[in-house]
Write a protein that binds this ligand. Structure first.
Ligand code: PMP
Ligand code: G9A
Length: 392
């Protein structure tokens, strides 16, 4: 056998697989959670590069594994404004949050360890963790996020290593964990001695409702490992994220990162630092919110207009996704085949479940489609739905 035994647990990402379809001419893609390219601050990036490239000899150099100090300082201040008090030594820059998830899996998961995930959850996290062979415990969600009372019942019977949660504008469902549940989760983490991995790429993208404190900002005992990313507030092409963790985890994480990629690019880190310190970031986030709010509303209206009344969908206050649950008889695999013919794509819901997938669910991204094509795409999807019903 050529490959290592653990490659049995390597799973390819449905999001990546759909990329080939999204590049076809005339295809309307609601698949990948891609920011809108019009939301990238391209001109500002050019100006920043011109400003720093000749002046700073470190911009094109290798850098420290934990990330450049200047960016960690800028993030420390920014995090403080969000109620997260941290020292720069506890902040580690990552090559996207995806790397953060993978390296956390590497340093925390033993084969067979119980880890708790939301049901559904971000499939990229499941794929990153799975190679380390955890035993997944899935906890259902409702419109207020993970059902913490169901978690508590599990905890009475089983010891767990950590809970992985995307509490704000979750990928894939768009739902948000209520403040009460955040507090309740923290109480359980203390009582039953486990970590919380709080994955927070979307909280800056709020379009309605009131801000809710991050779990990390409520955490007095260093039980929360926090991850965030520049992918949705600057651009994913930079491949930059960060984690905030206590000293012990941070040190081990840093060594794992040394071995993975030595360091994240200095080039993009210096640009990100200037993007924060110049204040461009806040203007840009305002613009992004305005654009995405409009797109969310167009998609919700179109769903109301075209989708069958026996299906239901989430109404997110932010983020990038709407989660649809069809009538049980709808076979989403078939729907995708018909949808591709109608020139519209989405991501099937099943791969977002660690256990017991619901095959009648789909995820719709609303950020990367032109306004005038969102309604058209939903109309095409409803036509595909009608066709599978007719057995066409
Ligand atoms: N976590 C979640 C919940 C995500 O939705 C994503 C991708 N959008 C990531 C992590 C990875 O993001 P990135 O590597 O681009 O920072
Ligand atoms: O679609 C998402 O959830 C984010 C993007 C992931 C990817 O490009 O694989």
């Amino acid at each position: 056998m050529k490959f290592a035994d653990r490659t049995k647990f390597l799973k390819s990402s449905e999001i990546r697989e759909m990329l080939k379809y999204s590049q076809m001419p005339d295809m309307i893609s609601f698949s990948g959670g891609y920011p809108n390219p019009h939301a990238f601050p391209s001109r500002e990036i050019v100006r920043i590069v011109e400003k720093i490239i000749d002046k700073n000899k470190f911009v094109l150099q290798y850098g420290p594994t934990e990330g450049i100090k200047e960016l960690r300082e800028a993030l420390k201040k920014r995090m403080q404004k969000k109620g997260i008090k941290t020292d720069i030594d506890n902040i580690k820059i990552t090559t996207g949050s995806q790397q953060g998830l993978f390296l956390l899996g590497e340093i925390l998961i033993n084969p067979g360890d119980n880890i708790v995930v939301e049901s559904p959850t971000y499939l990229g996290a499941l794929n990153a963790f799975s190679i380390f062979q955890p035993n997944y415990i899935s906890i259902p969600i409702d419109e207020n996020g993970m059902k913490i009372d169901v978690l508590e019942e599990k905890l009475k019977k089983e010891k767990i290593k950590f809970v992985y949660t995307i509490p704000t504008f979750q990928n894939p469902s768009g739902t948000t964990l209520s403040l009460d549940r955040r507090k309740y989760l923290l109480e359980l983490a203390e009582k039953y001695d486990f970590f919380i991995i709080e994955d927070d790429p979307y909280s800056e993208l709020r379009y309605s409702g009131e801000n809710i404190k991050s779990i990390k900002s409520l955490d007095k005992n260093n039980l929360v490992i926090y991850l965030s990313t520049f992918s949705k507030i600057l651009c994913p092409g930079f491949r930059l994220g960060w984690i905030i963790a206590d000293e012990e985890i941070g040190k081990k994480f840093e060594i794992a990162k040394q071995n993975a990629d030595l360091c994240s690019p200095n080039f993009t880190q210096y640009i990100a630092e200037e993007y924060i310190n110049s204040g461009i970031i806040d203007k840009q986030i305002k613009l992004i919110r305005k654009m995405y709010k409009r797109k969310r509303d167009i998609m919700l209206n179109a769903l109301n207009k075209y989708f069958p009344k026996n299906s239901k969908w989430t109404k997110p206050d932010g983020g990038m996704f709407i989660w649809v649950e069809f009538h049980e008889k709808v076979d989403v695999k078939k729907l995708l085949e018909y949808a591709i013919k109608e020139k519209v794509i989405f991501i099937s819901g099943a791969p977002f479940y660690a256990t017991n997938p619901k095959y009648n669910t789909i995820r719709l991204n609303f950020t990367n489609t032109e306004d005038n094509l969102i309604e058209e795409g939903i109309k095409r999807l409803s036509q595909a739905l009608k066709k599978i019903k007719e057995g066409d």
